[in-house]
Design a protein around this ligand. Structure first.
Ligand code: DON
Length: 319
């Protein structure tokens, strides 16, 4: 299905003519697999989502977009927001960030507290909750209206001003986020939170509650496939960030399921419990997929399957 160069090259280039058919095929195949996971049920705003939905959007670095299914339906981005706050925090403080957060996979559930205490209050990486809360704290401590700043940053990256915080979901996160409250207090107690606990958590809960579609997510991460360049936001200093952030997504983006994901899909990616996954094929394309049924790791079942099929059918795994 992909271009065959005939020279055994492993660097496959996407065959754009074949792509619409490939996406249709993936759609048909994955919807036969509905019913293998459960939607997140810790807040009504997520529990009430129809579990059997699927959307996918792929955007090439030269701005061609291919979609299938519910690619324009907005959903709760949840932990995918951690990718955007990492970009923003790196834009604000640069490499200094790494004095407060590590760059190693944790092998633990995304909201685990186990390592944080024994490792001196330095979270393993910016994508597990403790690390993401530190990243958000960088922004919270340096902004007059931090939640608004994050919201506007994400909206501008996607070129769509309607990508905003869903206040009902944010309130649900606030009401049920006991583990995150514990994490933030532990971080504060260990000297790794600058802003007030409530202020940083307020931002964290709100960033998780931003809603976006697959199409907008694929647009918003364009800089990661395109050497830092984005057609939507020009004032953001994304140069060199693609190498850094893609490596962190590859090693930490799907938490304690990241090894299997790298094995099956072979792209840097970030997931969220709203059922979204974004992934990057450096130099070629970005892709976002959404299907709300989750596996026990909190990652979309059909989303992972669709991405596995995509890189297999197009031979565009980075490996
Ligand atoms: O912090 C939490 O628990 C959620 N609001 C976000 C978690 C999440 O999306 C984890 N990713 N799969």
């Amino acid at each position: 299905m992909a271009n065959n160069t005939g020279d055994n090259s492993i660097n496959q280039i996407l065959d754009l003519d074949a792509l619409p058919m490939i996406l249709q095929q993936i759609h048909q195949e994955v919807i036969n697999e509905y019913g293998q996971g459960n939607v997140a049920d810790y807040i009504p705003g997520l529990a009430q989502v129809d579990p059997q939905q699927f959307g996918m959007a792929l955007r090439t670095v030269d701005e061609q977009e291919f979609t299938v299914g519910a690619a324009d339906t907005a959903f709760s981005i949840q932990s995918i927001s951690k990718l955007f706050t990492l970009m923003l925090a790196l834009d604000i403080v640069g490499e200094e960030l790494w004095q407060r957060v590590g760059r190693e996979p944790s092998g633990m559930r995304f909201n685990s507290l186990v390592l944080l205490d024994s490792e001196g209050g330095i979270p393993r990486n910016p994508f597990i909750n403790d690390g993401a809360i530190v990243v958000t704290d960088v922004i919270a401590a340096r902004s007059a209206a931090p939640a608004r700043r994050i919201e506007e940053f994400i909206a501008s990256l996607s070129g769509n001003d309607s990508n905003r915080i869903d206040q009902q979901i944010a309130a649900g996160e606030q009401a049920t986020g006991f583990r995150n409250v514990a994490i933030a207090n532990l971080l504060k107690g260990m000297g790794n939170l600058e802003a007030e606990v409530e202020q940083t958590l307020d931002c964290y809960f709100k960033q998780c509650a931003i809603t976006m579609s697959c199409r907008d997510l694929a647009r918003a991460i364009e800089c990661l496939a395109n050497r830092g360049k984005s057609h939507f936001k020009s004032s953001f200093h994304a140069e060199k960030m693609d190498k850094r952030i893609n490596s962190l997504m590859l090693t930490c983006g799907l938490y304690d399921a990241v090894g299997n994901f790298a094995y099956n899909v072979g792209l840097p990616a970030k997931s969220g419990v709203g059922g979204g996954i974004v992934a990057v094929c450096p130099g070629q394309y970005t892709v976002a997929v959404w299907a709300p049924e989750l596996d026990r790791y909190g990652n979309s079942v059909l989303g992972q399957l669709a991405l596995e099929k995509l890189t297999s059918y197009t031979h565009t795994s980075i490996f």
